[in-house]
Design a protein. Structure first.
Length: 678
C-alpha cells in the first residue's frame, strides 16, 4: 500500500514537472530570434512557416521583450522574415497569404512598441534594412493594391485593409510614422476608390476604406505635399463620391438609431423612470445613460470630403426615402473591426442603392439631414472630451457647407422641403415636440434651429465660447447668402431673435469679460443689420426696443473702454461704431412709444400697440449706411485649426489601433474559409 502511494506521488511530481509543449510555430519563431539563419538546418523553413497558424501574441511579445543588443543581433533574420512575408503575398495558396498579412501586422506593431523612443529610420532598418526598404515597401504596396483590386476573397481584402490601418496607426502621431513616406510614394488611392465605387466591396469594406483614407490625408498635411489630398480634391467620379457618401451616411445613421433606441428605453413607463432615477443616484448621471460612443473617424472623413472636394457637396443633397435601419431586413454583412464597439453595419441592400425611387408620400432624407441629426445629439453634452471634439468638428463642417454657393442654393431651395427631427436637450420649461408636428421646410431652417438650440441650451458657467462664436459665424454666412441672392426664408424669426441672439447677448454680457463680448457683438450686430435689409423688421425693432436696457448698458461699457488707452481700445471702438444704428432705433422709437402711452393714458403698452407705433414712424427713422456687413473671413484650416486636427487625428489613431489589435486576434474565421478552399 505504502509502495503504491509512493509510486503515485512520484508520478504526480513527474507529470507536474513537465513543461507544456510549445506550438511548432513558436519553435520556428524562436529559431528566427536566434542569431543563426533559420534556413541553415531547414531549407524549407519559410515555406513551412507560412503554413502555420500565426501566434500574434507570442510574436509581438517577443519583439517587445528583446533588449537593444538582442535586436541588433537578430536584425538580419527580422529583415528576412519581412522579405518572405512580402513574397508570400504573391502565393496562390491563400492560407499563406493570410498568415503573411497577419505576420506583417505583428512585425509592424512589435517593432514600433519596442522602439517607441527611436526614430523612424531605426524602425525601417530593423524591419527591412536601409538598402532594401524602398524595394520592399514597393513590393508590399503593389501586392496589397493587387489583392484589394482583384477578384479574390472579400475576407482577404478585409485583412489587407486591417494591415494598412495597422501600419498607419502604429505611432500615436501618424506624421511621425516615417514608413508612411513609402505609402505616399506607392499610392493605394485608386484601390480605395475602387472599393467605394463597387457595390459589394463598399458594403463590406467601405467603412475601413473611408477611415483609412481620412487618416492618410492627414499625414504631414501641413509640412509637405500629400498626394492623397491632391487626388481627393479632384475626384469627380459620381459612383465613387456617392459610395463614399453612402458609407458616411449609414455610419452616422447607425449612431442616430442607437441613440434613439436608448432614448426610448429610458422613457419606458413609470417603473423604468423610477428605476432610472434611483439608479442615477448611485451609478451615473442621467446624460450618461443616453451616451453612445461617438464616431470621430467618420466625421473626419466627412470633413475632408466636404473641405477638399467641391464635387462632394452634391452628394450631401442626394435624396432617398428615409428608411429605419432597425426595421429594414438586412442581408448579413460581416461587421467591420473598426466599427465602434456596440454597433452593427448597415444592411447590404441599403448600401447597394445610393438612389432609390422616391414616393411622394414618403419622407425623404439625405446625408446632410442625417448629419444634422447626428450633430443635434453630440452637441447636447459637451462636457465629455470626445463629444466636445465631435461638436466642434460638426460646426467646422457646417461652416464649410455654409460657405459653399451650391450648398447654400440647396439649403434655401423652397422646392426642396424636408421634415428634420432634430434631437433637443430635455428642459423643464418646454415640451418635446412630436415628430408629426415638425413642419416640412427648406433645410436652412433646420440649420438655424440647430444653431439656436445649441446657444439657448448651453448658457452655463463653463461657457463654450469657441462653439458659440462658430454658431454665430454660421448664421452670419447663411444670412449673407440671403442678402446677396435676395432670398427670403419663411422662418420663425421672432423666436430666433428673442430666444437666441438677445438671450445670448444678455447672458454673455452679464457673465464674461471684454474679449468675449467684442467678438460676439460684432457678429450679432452685423446679422441684425443684414436682417433689416432683407426682411420685414417690425418684430426685430420690437425686440430691440424691448431689450433696450441691455444695449444701453453695453454701449456705455464699450464707450468707456474705447476712450481709454489699452489693448481693448480698437475692438471697443469697432463695437461702438457698430451700435450706432441700434441706438438710433432705440432713441427714435422710445420717445414715440412714451408719447403714445401718455396720450392714451396707458401704463403699459401691449405688443400690438408697440408695433403700431413702430409701423407709423418708419418714415422718420434715419439709419447710417453700413459697409461690409456681408463680408466674412472664409474658413481656413491652417494655421487656426491645425492644433485641433492634430490632437483629433491622434485620438482617432489610438482608437483605430485598439480595434485593429482586437480584430486581428480573431483569425479562425478566415483560416476556416481558406481551409475549405485549399
Amino acid at each position: 500500500m505504502a509502495q503504491t502511494e509512493k509510486k503515485a506521488g512520484l508520478l504526480r511530481r513527474t507529470s507536474s514537472s513537465k513543461k507544456p509543449l510549445k506550438e511548432k510555430v513558436v519553435l520556428m519563431y524562436e529559431e528566427i530570434f536566434a542569431k543563426e539563419d533559420p534556413t541553415k538546418n531547414n531549407p524549407r523553413f519559410w515555406d513551412e512557416l507560412f503554413l502555420m497558424k500565426v501566434n500574434l501574441e507570442y510574436l509581438e511579445g517577443k519583439l517587445e521583450s528583446l533588449d537593444g543588443d538582442e535586436v541588433v543581433k537578430i536584425k538580419d533574420n527580422v529583415n528576412s522574415l519581412f522579405h518572405h512575408c512580402v513574397q508570400a503575398l504573391a502565393e496562390e495558396h491563400q492560407i499563406k497569404v493570410v498568415n503573411a498579412l497577419q505576420t506583417l501586422c505583428a512585425l509592424f506593431r512589435g517593432v514600433h512598441h519596442k522602439n517607441k523612443s527611436a526614430t523612424g529610420f531605426d524602425i525601417i532598418n530593423m524591419l527591412m534594412g536601409f538598402d532594401k526598404a524602398e524595394l520592399r515597401m514597393k513590393e508590399l504596396m503593389e501586392s496589397l493594391d493587387s489583392l484589394l483590386c482583384g477578384d479574390g476573397s472579400e475576407s482577404l481584402k478585409s485583412l489587407c485593409l486591417k494591415l494598412l490601418l495597422c501600419l498607419v496607426t502604429v505611432t500615436d502621431n501618424i506624421s511621425q510614422n516615417t514608413i508612411l513616406e513609402y505609402v505616399m510614394i506607392n499610392s493605394i488611392f485608386e484601390a480605395i476608390l475602387q472599393i467605394l465605387s463597387e457595390v459589394s466591396s463598399r458594403a463590406q469594406h467601405g467603412y475601413d476604406a473611408v477611415v483609412l483614407l481620412a487618416l492618410l490625408v492627414n499625414y504631414r498635411k501641413y509640412e509637405s505635399v500629400n498626394p492623397y489630398i491632391v487626388k481627393l480634391s479632384i475626384v469627380d467620379d459620381e459612383p465613387t463620391l456617392d459610395g463614399m457618401g453612402m458609407v458616411i451616411h449609414h455610419a452616422l445613421a447607425e449612431y442616430n438609431r442607437q441613440y434613439k433606441d436608448k432614448e426610448e428605453e429610458n422613457q419606458g413607463g413609470f417603473f423604468s423612470t423610477l428605476t432610472s432615477m434611483v439608479g442615477s443616484m448611485f451609478i451615473a448621471d442621467a446624460d450618461e445613460k443616453l451616451s453612445v460612443q461617438t464616431n470621430e473617424a467618420i466625421l473626419l472623413a466627412l470633413y475632408e470630403a466636404v473641405h477638399l472636394n467641391r464635387n462632394f457637396i452634391t452628394v450631401l443633397a442626394q435624396s432617398h426615402p428615409e428608411i429605419d435601419i432597425a426595421t429594414t431586413p438586412a442581408v448579413p454583412v460581416p461587421a467591420s473591426p473598426l466599427t465602434p464597439l456596440g454597433t452593427t453595419p448597415p444592411s447590404l441592400d441599403m448600401m447597394n442603392n445610393p438612389e432609390l425611387p422616391l414616393d411622394p408620400n414618403l419622407q425623404t432624407s439625405n446625408l446632410l439631414i442625417t448629419f444634422l441629426k447626428y450633430s443635434s445629439i453630440v452637441m447636447q453634452d459637451t462636457k465629455d472630451e470626445h463629444r466636445l471634439n465631435s461638436a466642434r468638428l460638426c460646426l467646422i463642417i457646417l461652416t464649410c457647407i455654409a460657405e459653399d454657393q451650391y450648398a447654400d442654393a440647396f439649403l434655401h431651395d423652397d422646392n426642396m422641403n424636408f421634415r428634420v427631427n432634430l434631437h433637443r436637450m430635455p428642459m423643464r420649461h418646454r415640451k418635446k415636440a412630436a415628430d408629426k408636428s415638425i413642419p416640412s421646410r427648406p433645410l436652412v431652417c433646420a440649420v438655424l434651429d440647430l444653431m439656436v438650440e445649441f446657444i439657448v441650451t448651453h448658457m452655463m458657467k463653463e461657457f463654450p465660447m469657441d462653439l458659440y462664436v462658430r454658431c454665430v459665424q454660421i448664421i452670419h454666412k447663411l444670412i449673407c447668402y440671403q442678402k446677396k441672392c435676395r432670398v427670403r426664408v419663411h422662418y420663425t424669426w421672432r423666436d430666433f431673435w428673442s430666444g437666441m441672439i438677445l438671450r445670448c447677448f444678455v447672458f454673455v454680457f452679464s457673465l464674461f469679460g471684454l474679449l468675449f463680448i467684442f467678438i460676439l457683438v460684432l457678429y450679432i450686430v452685423n446679422i441684425l443689420y443684414i436682417y433689416i435689409y432683407i426682411y420685414s423688421y417690425d418684430e426685430l425693432y420690437y425686440e430691440i426696443i424691448r431689450m433696450h436696457q441691455v444695449f444701453d448698458n453695453l454701449y456705455c461699457m464699450v464707450l468707456r473702454v474705447s476712450t481709454n488707452a489699452g489693448q481693448w481700445k480698437e475692438p471697443a471702438s469697432k463695437v461702438t461704431q457698430a451700435l450706432v444704428n441700434v441706438r438710433a432705433i432705440i432713441n427714435h422709437f422710445n420717445p414715440k412709444i412714451e408719447s403714445y402711452a401718455a396720450v392714451n393714458h396707458i401704463s403699459q403698452l401691449s405688443e400690438d400697440q408697440v408695433l403700431e407705433v413702430v409701423r407709423s414712424n418708419y418714415d422718420t427713422l434715419t439709419l447710417k449706411l453700413q459697409d461690409g456687413l456681408d463680408q466674412f473671413e472664409r474658413y481656413s484650416e491652417q494655421p487656426r485649426e491645425a492644433g485641433f486636427f492634430k490632437e483629433l487625428v491622434r485620438s482617432i489613431s489610438l482608437n483605430v489601433r485598439k480595434n485593429v489589435s482586437l480584430s486581428t486576434m480573431s483569425r479562425d474565421v478566415l483560416l476556416k474559409e481558406f481551409s475549405s478552399i485549399s
